[in-house]
Design a protein around this ligand. Structure first.
Ligand SMILES: Cc1ncc(COP(=O)(O)O)c(C=O)c1O
Length: 362
């Protein structure tokens, strides 16, 4: 018997998550050296982490010792930053891990999860992995969520409604009133605020009021720690307790702990980088608008979604990649023939715009 026969039937056709390209995997495949690649495909922070993080990691002496499994110090630090008691907080190896843990905690085979598409891929990834059923509610033409429609698809089997806010890949915000209308249904609502520091809009003040609200945050974007993998979630305390119970032991590594501590001591520095990214986002938007065959959408995050009005988005992605510029392309409903560009430094915008003009003209 081939061992693959033991694989769960519902996972045989599972396609996996299509992650961003790592520059080193292009080594030898394109005529651009890995170090010269302009990486605008994963909404990472082009300014990197705080210099305090670099120094503290070099100084740290206890990489041989496991971290505190209960995350007590980390949760206290996060509690001070988020302004809420640590009993609400759990940290994860990236907020991705917390999405996965929450879905595992709430969603069994046959349960339903509402996804406001197009949106971040991990919600559907984890739901499928748990045998849950995805109920997709397409966003309107302006990418806002039709709250009435979401409410109309709620059934006794609905276990989670996911809202990325700002949404990835559309970079649009859902207002607090709309979030509250969904919370009032009693169904658990996850508001994923991965890009909060760029939008400055949060529903954290509602966490104590609603015992069905979960807010997710990450250090990947604003704090430039994507490679260290650290995020956190605000959960109703009884859910936080269960997430702590079902998580793998020591899920946040000691380097990430050191990095969070130093980042939180250097918030002013990091927010100055966020400000530079926001300013550059506006320059990038202006430049993209000048290109007649692209239609950029306004952004509340650190990336811009663009309709490709002439030509094919996948081909454009490949042409940019061959020039050493990485972006994402989409071909799903509502983002058919779109590319998403992360905001880089001014020189990255210059390189991108030059390449776009070379490929497709003015
Ligand atoms: C909406 C959203 N949530 C979560 C994440 C993942 O963040 P982390 O790096 O903390 O796993 C991303 C990353 O792109 C994202 O776009």
């Amino acid at each position: 018997m081939g061992i693959e026969k033991l694989i769960r039937k519902d996972l045989i056709a599972f396609g996996g998550y299509s992650a961003a390209t790592s520059p080193e995997t292009l080594d030898g495949k394109i005529d651009v050296a890995t170090r010269d690649i302009v990486k605008l495909d994963a909404n990472e922070n082009p300014y990197g982490c705080s210099p305090r993080v670099q120094k503290a990691l070099a100084r740290y002496k206890q990489y041989n010792i496991y971290p505190d499994d209960g995350q007590e110090r980390l949760r206290k630090m996060l509690s001070d930053y988020a302004g809420i008691d640590s009993k609400y907080i759990v940290a994860g190896s990236g907020s991705n891990q917390l999405i996965d843990l929450l879905v595992r905690l709430l969603v069994a085979k046959g349960d339903e999860v509402i996804n406001c598409t197009p949106t971040f891929g991990i919600y559907s990834f984890s739901t499928r992995l748990c045998g849950g059923t995805l109920v997709e509610v397409p966003r309107r033409d302006d990418f806002s969520i039709d709250i009435g429609k979401v409410k109309s698809v709620i059934t006794p089997k609905t276990k989670i409604i996911f809202i990325a806010n700002p949404n990835n890949p559309t970079a649009t915000l859902t207002g607090r009133k709309d979030v509250q209308a969904l919370l009032d249904t009693g169904v658990p609502v996850v508001v994923d605020e991965a890009y909060y520091e760029f939008s400055q809009k949060t529903v954290i003040p509602l966490v104590k009021k609603y015992d069905n609200l979960i807010v997710l945050r990450t250090f990947s974007k604003w704090a430039g720690l994507a490679g260290l993998r650290v995020g956190y979630g605000l959960f109703p305390p009884q859910i936080a307790d269960f997430i702590l119970r079902i998580k793998i032991p020591y899920n946040v590594n000691v380097a990430a702990l050191v990095a969070v501590e130093e980042s939180l001591k250097d918030v002013d520095y990091l927010m100055a980088s966020v400000d530079k990214i926001i300013a550059e986002r506006e320059c990038l938007f202006t430049e993209l608008k000048k290109i007649k065959w692209l239609k950029p959408y306004p952004s509340e995050a650190n990336f811009i979604l663009c309709d490709v009005l002439k030509g094919n988005a996948k081909k454009l992605f490949q042409q940019l990649q061959s020039k050493g510029i990485l972006v994402r392309y989409f071909d799903q409903t509502r983002v058919k023939n779109c590319i998403r560009i992360s905001v880089g430094k001014p020189e990255h915008t210059d390189a991108l715009i030059k390449a776009l003009r070379q490929i497709g003209g003015k």
